[in-house]
Design a protein around this ligand. Sequence first.
Ligand code: SF4
Length: 904
Amino acid sequence: MAALSLTALHASHGGCWLREGDVTRTISKGEAVMAAADTLLLILNAPLVATRLGYPDLSGLDLLELYAFVHPARFVVPTPKGLAHALNLPEPQGDADVARLLQQAAAALLDTCESPDWPEREGAWTGLQSLVRMRWPWATLLTGRIAKPQRAERWLFTRLPEWEESPEHAQPRQIVLHEADVLHRLEDLTGAGAEQRPGQRAYAAQAAHAFAPRERSGHPHLLLAQAGTGIGKTLGYLAPASLWSQQSGGTVWVSTYTKALQRQLRQESRRAWPERRTDGSRPVVVRKGRENYLCLLNLEDALQGGFAGRAAILAQLVARWAAYSRDGDMIGGDLPGWLGTLFRQRGITSLTDRRGECVYAGCPHYRKCFIERATRASAGADLVIANHALVMVNAARGRDTAARPTRIVFDEGHHVFDAADSTFAAALTGAETIELRRWVIGPEKASRGRRRGLSARLADIVSYDEAGSKAITAARAAAEALPGDGWMQRLAEGAPWGPLEELLAAVRATVYARDESGGQEAGYGLETEAADLDGAFVEISQAAREALADLRQPLMRLGLRLEALLEDPPDWLDGQGRARLEGARHSLSWRIDLLAAWEALLARLGGPADPEYVDWLAVERSEAREFDIGIHRHWLDPMKPFASVVLEPAHGVIMTSATLRDGEDWAKAVARSGAEHIGVVPRLTAQESPFDYAAQAEVLIVTDVPKGDIPALAAAYARLIEASKGGALGLFTAIRRLRAVHGRIADRLARAGLPLYAQHVDPIDTGTLVDIFRDDPAASLLGTDALRDGVDVPGHSLRLVVMEQVPWPRPSILHRARRMAGGGSAYDDSIIRARLAQAFGRLIRSRQDHGYFVVLSSAFPSRLLSAFPAGTPVRRISLEEALHRVSSHASGETTPEGENAGRS
Ligand code: SF4
């Protein structure tokens, strides 16, 4: 294959390289910018190169765009090495060799388009014709290489298969699983000859109890299972789950918090279930919230002129992907996470169904819709893999009561509390209310998009049903009281319109008046308790409450009218219309609930505080720019609504995690399960990790990096990363410090061949950053403390975790209330121990792993040390000593045995 003689540019923190013909030379950033301004250069990941060059207008022939066109829905790590692997090319030997690879990769991809064996050929020619009109830089190079098909290609919307209506499912048979059968199933899943793991067997036997017939209504079997890392808990619960679903005909839901675990579960479930049943249906289905999936109607709108400029090119590439996607999942599915960031705007989100505008059966693509397909597939599945938020939302307001989950495994169970906290919270904010206004009235400005108000979505009601039509007109009029476009500007100018904007203005004024957090100057969000509000504020909030009630009334009348029409359908209501009304009734009912929750929130302002809730006023800001304002209400204990909505109707629930307990203590895990709210005593089980932590890991508490000294912190990070030769995950509690450290050390490390990536710095989504980190043992990744749970990188790629300080909880109003209710500093300690345990858990994922866990804080209280698995050596040492330990292991010298200083 001849290398294409396009000029290629590679820029990293280590320098810039330009390759013309077959000569590569090092150039300065200035020369690189000039070259890019002059000619269309071959580059990889334009936004990243633009950041490296400090030249935001950079454009060129981006290989990632070409890859997305040629191989839609195919995974690639978007780095030179990743591209080389995906295309079967030799890996580049260092930065200076990358530009050559870019030429080879371009040639390989363009050659593929001429090959008769190109699997993703269908649709390419047609898509290319549109891309030529849009002047996509690659279009001219592709024209002539992609042969015009003999017969016209099928349009995407004809090509996608239709889903089938599935018959109603009988309720599951009531069965008792026998331990011998469960263990036998476990052996089948782990494979003949696999080493027997006693912890896993004990775990599976315990998990089986959750599937027994329920003895009392409202009292599910509840198992809390602490599963030390490496016991093999996934197969441990899949063994009884698969046996139960096979024997009972029922569906088991496994709920996760991270996408990494969803991916792993999808793979592991293949051991228990085939990809398809004999009738072609799928026994295992991944379900996500509808805002994750491509909405075909939005895509059609984008392809037909709704998107312009670069966004229109993105729409074409998404259309290519949609034809080859497994399930239409755009966020964490098979659409590359990097595709959206190449186009530097919110194109991807506007192609999903975020705002609940779906017209259901009124949509021309309804029978091919990815969301409808996923919903139907889960009703007949043996195993549904979902996330905590979706399971809770589904239990609270699922469209089909018969399909609500009754046997649920919450893996990553330590996150159930946080997921319940956000699911059952109420937020009456500008952003939320304007969405509701648009949902009722439609967009204010003449928009090319398809967004419609209620009257357009229910056009047949408006034409044929007088009572329904009157309710819609009244709702439309009442929604005028909600904030409209430009509300933030009006608030800033002191000129709010209508009762809700007046309320938000009062919230803003109160928050600024009361703030003494020091956050005003720092640019952070601001908040204050919703307590002791003055008479004027209370009056404004009551006027806002009345306005919300005025909107809720006609929506309720409309809901009742729809119900009546569905019960006794008139002549004009055909099957499609019926399905549309059912969809509308569902989305109406949760908006009515939302309005009622807002009214309740406002009704209490000025009155005595309700001890069940924590209410506060907030101005959300990012880098001093306000982006939302409003009133928030959280449950003091969100497990109370969780217990009544999720646990009570369920028959069997397992909550499991490696960090469910606090050390050996079950009290917090039991309290956080919600069991006591429904009078259930959970079964408890714990299996210890089989890893030899004394030999595999060390905790190093570095005592001589001064707190608040950014240059010293940055130097410590750089030296530790050098000592371990990369493979480091750096966790920060403040984005500001993360950026400051990254800015100081990235160039130095890159020159040593140690690439450093960072959340909030590199224009790359977090999932892709983790993919890059996993793929390159020399790479390191900096992220916020929240990344401690999202990184699943077994093996050599992750061998050092560095925390900049003890991960104290943020002292928010909500945290303060829970802290007071939860035992003061003991509550904080348990949160910190959980965070440390989760971060430590990233380090050792298999028996072969070895790693160091470093905390750069001398003020590390000994009472937190129980966060680490028993036997893990803990040393309080200087940075020099820590560097010595890390580097001697990285260079292959064994760590001296027997000098374990024990827990200090
Ligand atoms: S049915 Fe709804 S979500 Fe699906 S394509 Fe149509 S409008 Fe979009």
